[in-house]
Ligand binder design. Structure first.
Ligand code: NAD
Ligand code: WQD
Length: 340
């Protein structure tokens, strides 16, 4: 079975490639490398002993996509390719809608032309918006995320539903990720943000490796157990396995039609201070930090109800918080400058 992986050179994509290749899937990676390095793909090849068919291209380039589908026998598509900086999306919303929403439309059109009907979409917990209480359950109505990034995820989920209503052969899975952290246990692939990291764990590991002086903890007076924000952090290898579970589920449910959404999280809420303590315990390093004003747009707390993925796809996050911290640190300490 041949799987097209858009955005496959990125953080979650590269880890998913390892799992797909280890499970015997053939992969075609399509990525414009706007936020990734081809080195990630070389490392996946070394880790798996398999060769990756890589095409550098943009999901909005319809000619290139048509050529890709015409020259390969693609059965399923996993669509990671997107811009993902929530704050940046408020500064340049059109660029985000162009890349993330228009890009998804171009891909879906190319799939329709080629008669490919199996789609796995990288959605996000952000689609639940501000009003829904935690734990988030897939049956909840989607919210109105404040950022263009989040709004784009809701739009694409809606597009998938409409596409499935209009095309009785279309089969899609929307995977709503919570907060992926960590790295492959080898420390050879991991998250490689450009510039100052927006996300918590890359910031912590850059403080630990001496690239940043101290962590700013955004907000210390939320109504949570210790006053800091609570999230559902999951190991990126568990998340990667969730994609294989989705592909396997589609492959073994030939009569399934439509769109099915799954939360991919652990079901546990962890605070920022607990993350710092856990990183320090797992690495015996001290993280300098200071509690500062809350970050605009942050919700105090959210976590997943992850039962549906377990009941339907037989997927469950298995790795511990300690493993998340140890693996994040192994990647950062082996690669202080990421892939460069
Ligand atoms: P990433 O930036 O590491 O990976 C995205 C990849 O897509 C990169 O390799 C980038 O070069 C590529 N890309 C971007 N625009 C493209 C385009 N127009 N054409 C071709 N390639 C393009 O991000 P990630 O963390 O691996 O996220 C992957 C997906 O998961 C994204 O859709 C993201 O929105 C979603 N997601 C991520 C998180 C998270 O916390 N990392 C959480 C929820 C959802
Ligand atoms: C986690 C917690 C911060 C950095 C975002 C997107 C979400 C998804 C994942 C794509 C929060 C705190 C962070 C720092 C801090 N991405 N923090 N100091 O905001 O939960 O989710 O990434 O879909 O859609 O919104 O993740 O890692 O940025 O923050 O105190 O320097 O860490 O306030 O509570 P977030 P994050």
């Amino acid at each position: 079975m041949q799987v097209l992986v858009t955005g496959g050179a990125g953080y979650i994509g590269s880890h998913t490639l390892v799992c797909l290749l280890d499970q015997g899937y053939e992969v075609v990676v399509y990525d414009n490398l706007i936020n990734a390095s081809a080195e990630a793909l070389s490392r996946v090849e070394k880790l798996t002993g398999k060769t990756i068919d890589f095409v550098q291209g943009d999901v909005r380039d319809t000619d290139s996509l048509d050529d890709l589908f015409a020259t390969r026998s693609i059965d399923m598509v996993i669509h990671f390719a997107a811009l993902k900086a929530v704050g940046e999306s408020a500064q340049c919303p059109l660029e985000y809608y162009q890349n993330n929403v228009h890009g998804s439309l171009c891909l879906l059109e190319a799939m329709a032309k080629a008669g490919v009907n199996n789609f796995v979409y990288s959605s996000s917990a952000t689609v639940y918006g501000e009003a829904n209480p935690s734990p988030y359950v897939e049956t909840m109505n989607l919210g109105s995320p404040s950022s263009p990034y989040g709004a784009g995820k809701v739009m694409v989920e809606r597009i998938l539903l409409d596409k499935a209503r209009a095309n009785p052969n279309f089969r899609a899975v929307s995977l709503r990720y919570f907060n992926p952290i960590g790295a492959h246990p080898s420390g050879d692939i991991g998250e490689d943000p450009t510039g100052i990291p927006n996300n918590l764990l890359p910031f912590i590991t850059q403080v630990a490796v001496g690239k940043r002086d101290k962590l700013s903890v955004f907000g210390g007076e939320y109504s949570t157990s210790d006053g800091t924000c609570v999230r559902d952090y999951l190991h990126v290898m568990d998340l990667a396995e969730g994609h294989v579970a989705a592909i396997d589920w589609l492959a073994t449910q030939p009569s399934f039609r439509g769109v099915e959404a799954f939360n991919l999280g652990t079901g546990n809420g962890i605070s920022v201070l607990e993350i710092i303590a856990s990183f320090e315990a797992a690495t015996t390093l001290k993280i300098a930090y200071q509690i500062v004003e809350p970050r605009a747009g942050d919700l105090p707390a959210f976590w997943a109800n992850a039962e549906k993925a377990s009941n339907v796809m037989n997927w469950r996050a298995k790795r511990s918080l300690d493993e998340m911290m140890e693996d994040a640190w192994r990647w950062q300490s082996k690669n202080p400058n990421g892939y460069s």
